[in-house]
Design a binder for this molecule. Sequence first.
Ligand SMILES: O=C(O)c1ccccc1NCC(=O)[C@H](O)[C@H](O)COP(=O)(O)O
Length: 214
Amino acid sequence: MRVKFCGTASLADLRCAVAAECDAVGFIMGVIHRSSDAVTPAEAARMIRQLPPFIEPVTVTHLQETQALIDLVRESHCTTLQVQNDVDPSDLEVIRQALPCVKIVKAVHVMDRSSIATARRYEPYADAILLDTRTEERIGGTGIPHDWNISAEIVANSTVPVILAGGLTPENVRDAIQKVRPYAVDVHTGVKKDGVRNLEKTLAFARAARDALK
Ligand SMILES: O=C(O)c1ccccc1NCC(=O)[C@H](O)[C@H](O)COP(=O)(O)O
C-alpha cells in the first residue's frame, strides 16, 4: 500500500515521513480556506532538495486559476499537483499541456452519493482521484472520515487510481484499506501530536497501512 503524508511544513516533518518510507509528501501552498501547515513554494523547493530519490513531492493547493496552479508547481519543483478545490475538468487538460511530466491528482469530497458522478467526471483528466472530506471551513485536513461505503463504490468503478484521505489514523487505516481497497492512503491530522507531525504516529500509520492487506 502506498502512503502519502500531507502538510509537510518543516525538515523535521519531512524526516518523519522519510523514516516511515513514505511514497509521497504533500506541501500545502496557495491556501484560501482555513488551513494549517501551509508553506511557500520556495520553502517547499528547499525541503525537496533534502528528499531522497523515489519519493514524490506533491503541490497541494486551494488555488483554482489555471496559470496560478502551473506557476505553483514550477516554483515549488513538485512532480505531482493535487488540486483540492473546484475546477473545470478541461482546466486540467490545459495544465497537462503546460506540465506534461507532472502527475495530476484531483480531490473529490465525499459528501453523499453525488460524489460518485463527480469522481467519474474527473477521471478522463486526472492521473488519480483523491477522496477527501470537507466542512464549511475546510476543504482538506479536516481529520474527519467520510462514508467509506461510497468511497469503496468509487474505487470499484474507477478507471484511474483512487487515493483515500480524510480522518485516517494509525488506528483506523487498516479497516479503511480493507473496506475501500484504495491505490494509496493519505493523512495529515491523524499523525500529529500537539499540533506537529509525530514520529511514532507516522511510523505506526505507515506500518498499519502496509500490513492491512497481508
Ligand atoms: O491538509 C490540509 O490542511 C490541506 C489544506 C489545503 C489543501 C489541502 C489540504 N489537505 C489535503 C490533503 O491531502 C490532506 O492530507 C487530506 O485532506 C487529509 O487530511 P486529514 O483528514 O487531516 O488527514
